[in-house]
Write a protein that binds this ligand. Structure first.
Ligand code: ZN
Ligand code: ZN
Length: 421
């Protein structure tokens, strides 16, 4: 137990943390281009928030939440996703009082008690954005365009964007009835989940992965054919904006989000080289969520991207960058009596914003040179007793192999000059 992490968790080690930083830097760069600002909410919230914000009948809430009672007898849950928390923060901190829409992004760990499998963890990481306070389809197109731009900049180009409209509380009940009529004499042949969905949430039958259910939903009526005027013109507007931005899309009527506060636009981005787990991004509009969480009715839209999934795609396509751990200088004390002087030089160099390391375990000169080469280091500063007595340091350029006895006082200056070459 002491030397094994909990099931479904993993460490991000130094040999791969550079890839994470690369992806995170890209997120920040793209979000800056799109004028979205970062929000950091706590990793735990009141359980009630997720019951409301995700929905009590969803798999996440029914089976996958990490919930516990804290010492103050509060019911607490580790966030399984972040939209509800962002909405909570938007309301609590009155972000609606600022310029609208409120455009936010987040990066961070989420927690779900899921069965661990390849590329899926109980602690996983998401990048997401939320735009709260804008009603028209332009912001839907902006959100989608942000996701596409982020993936493209990483080099992921064979993307498939699926869009749909899930309607609104005005037109969905009509569709729901049509759908129930369609499935009426097929219910008993559906999987047990779908049998209970038939009454509670028949739209979810459409996205069931069970083969029999998929077969039985062939020919089912489409939500896009039942939209009210407002939803219909919103959907048309979205398509126009995407076309204007040169973003290809496919309408997929199976893309549904069954809960009442999900409205209008639903979308997914697939990256087919990932095979069965090809969905890298999912999102949509949630015009009913802010009111559900206790605020004034306010429109909102967002998406979430699984960072592990993105890294998997980058690895598969050999798009991961080469991580550079090189340092500028390695300080090599020659003998224990030069350690303190070496440490002083090390400190001076670091204060001059130079990347430096030194030997801390009394290696031989040969071993130190080998270690310096591993980084690699551009220079090695050899700190010998005789040279120190003359206020000098032997500076070796590891790229050219040349070495030079330099004045102690000139060292920082010489290195800065040498780095610029
Ligand atoms: Zn509608
Ligand atoms: Zn099913």
């Amino acid at each position: 137990m002491l030397t094994t992490g909990p099931r479904g968790t993993r460490d991000i080690l130094p040999d791969s943390s550079g890839y994470w930083q690369y992806v995170e830097n890209m997120i920040r760069e793209v979000c800056r281009n799109f004028a979205y600002q970062e929000i950091r909410t706590p990793i735990f919230e009141h359980t009630e928030l997720f019951l409301r914000g995700i929905g009590e009948t969803t798999d996440i809430v029914e089976k996958e939440m990490y919930t516990f009672t804290d010492r103050g007898k509060r019911n607490i849950t580790l966030r399984p996703e972040n939209t509800a928390a962002v909405v909570r923060s938007y309301l609590e901190n009155k972000l609606y009082a600022g310029p609208q829409p409120t455009k936010l992004f987040y990066i961070g760990p989420m927690f779900r008690y899921d069965r661990p499998q390849a590329g899926r963890y109980r602690q996983f990481h998401q990048f997401g954005v939320e735009a709260i306070g804008a009603q028209g389809p332009a912001i839907d197109a902006e959100i989608i365009s942000l996701a596409v731009e982020f993936l493209n900049r990483l080099g992921l180009n064979d993307l498939k964007l699926l869009i749909n409209s899930v309607g609104c509380p005005a037109c969905r009940p009509v569709y729901r009835t049509k759908l129930q009529e369609f499935f009426r004499d097929k219910v008993s042949q559906l999987c047990t989940d779908c049998q209970s969905r038939y009454d509670r949430n028949p739209m979810r039958i459409l996205d069931c992965k069970n083969e029999t259910c998929t077969e039985h939903s062939q020919g089912a009526p489409h939500m896009v054919d039942c939209l009210c005027d407002e939803c219909s013109s919103h959907f048309t507007g979205l398509k126009e904006h995407l076309t204007a931005a040169g973003i290809n899309f496919v309408i997929n009527p199976r893309l549904v989000r069954g809960l009442d506060y999900y409205t209008k636009t639903a979308f997914e981005i697939q990256y087919s080289p990932l095979g069965a787990q090809s969905a890298v991004c999912g999102g949509g509009r949630y015009d009913g969520l802010i009111a559900e969480c206790g605020g004034q009715p306010t429109p909102g839209i967002g998406f979430a991207i699984g960072i592990e999934r993105v890294l998997l795609a980058l690895e598969k396509q050999e798009l991961l960058p080469i991580i550079n751990n090189a340092i500028d200088v390695f300080v090599a004390p020659l003998g224990a009596e030069t350690q303190a002087a070496a440490f002083q030089i090390l400190t001076e160099l670091r204060r001059a914003n130079i990347a430096v390391d030194m030997d801390f375990i009394n290696r031989s000169l040969k071993a130190q040179m080998k270690y310096a080469n591993k980084y690699p280091a551009k220079f090695v500063a050899l700190i010998g007793q005789d040279e120190l007595a003359q206020n000098k340091v032997m500076l070796k350029n590891m790229e050219t192999g040349s070495q030079e006895l330099v004045e102690r006082a000139e060292l920082v200056h010489m290195i800065i000059e040498g780095m610029e070459k």
